[in-house]
Design a protein around this ligand. Structure first.
Ligand code: BG6
Ligand code: MG
Length: 221
């Protein structure tokens, strides 16, 4: 197999933190007087913290000075951190650990490629930090997906070329970032939403090296 590394998005691929982001953003939206729904929350997947706030303000037709926005983003993050600090290893999504173990046993490198600045805390809380050879996250990159920076940085940390990497992503912007990086991409979620990916699966359950090789060859499964 040509593939030498697999890069995983964190939120929505390894753990379901979208619910905690939703709780914290709703709390903030209510405080500002904006009605924010679970459907609106879909728009925030893979989007950076400040861009997420901008989307919420746009929904409520609210304009705020930059300093207030920074303040609000901090308040939201404090609440979010409160939620994720209670996460446990049971919250790792089905199939993730088995697949990562298979990859490592086969000598394929693994990395995280996430926009989140809270990546280290989440990895520590769910106890999977040791399974990844590199962590490229919101603390080391500045350009948000669909910019490929986060995945290119992961490849650089692993010492592999982009064409030797597979990315696993649940967000449209993330799939686009992987393609922009010149990497293969498996979408995690619905085929309708992630139609740009090379292949889409509902989750990592049942994913293995044989399937990866088939996807790499471009054969539909
Ligand atoms: C992404 C999430 O992984 O990280 C987004 O999908 C989130 O919803 C972004 O806004 C930034 O996360 P954080 O933890 O730095 O606010
Ligand atoms: Mg995600």
């Amino acid at each position: 197999m040509k593939t030498k590394a697999c890069i995983f998005d964190l939120d929505g691929v390894i753990v379901d933190t979208a619910k905690y982001h939703f709780l914290a953003w709703t709390r903030l939206a209510e405080q500002i007087g904006i009605h924010f729904t679970e459907k609106d929350n879909e728009r925030l997947k893979g989007v950076s913290r400040m861009d997420s706030l901008d989307i919420i303000l746009e929904i409520g037709n609210v304009t705020l000075p930059e300093s207030t926005k920074l303040e609000y983003a901090k308040v939201k993050n404090d609440w979010y951190v409160e939620y994720i600090s209670k996460m446990t290893p049971e919250e790792i999504l089905p199939g993730c650990l088995d697949f990562v173990r298979l990859l490592r046993a086969a000598g394929i490198k693994t990395a995280i490629g996430s926009a989140s600045k809270n990546t280290p805390m989440i990895l520590e809380r769910v106890g999977i930090g040791e399974y990844f050879d590199a962590v490229s996250d919101g603390n080391v990159v500045s350009k948000a997906k669909p910019n490929p920076e986060v995945f290119l940085k992961a490849a650089e940390m692993l010492g592999v070329t982009p064409s030797e990497c597979f990315v696993f992503e649940d967000a449209q912007a993330g799939v686009q970032a992987a393609l922009n990086a010149g990497m293969m991409c498996v979408g995690i979620g619905s085929e309708e939403v992630l139609d740009q990916a090379h292949h889409v699966v509902p989750g990592l359950e049942g994913m293995n090296l044989e399937k990866l090789e088939i996807i790499e060859k471009g054969i539909k499964i």
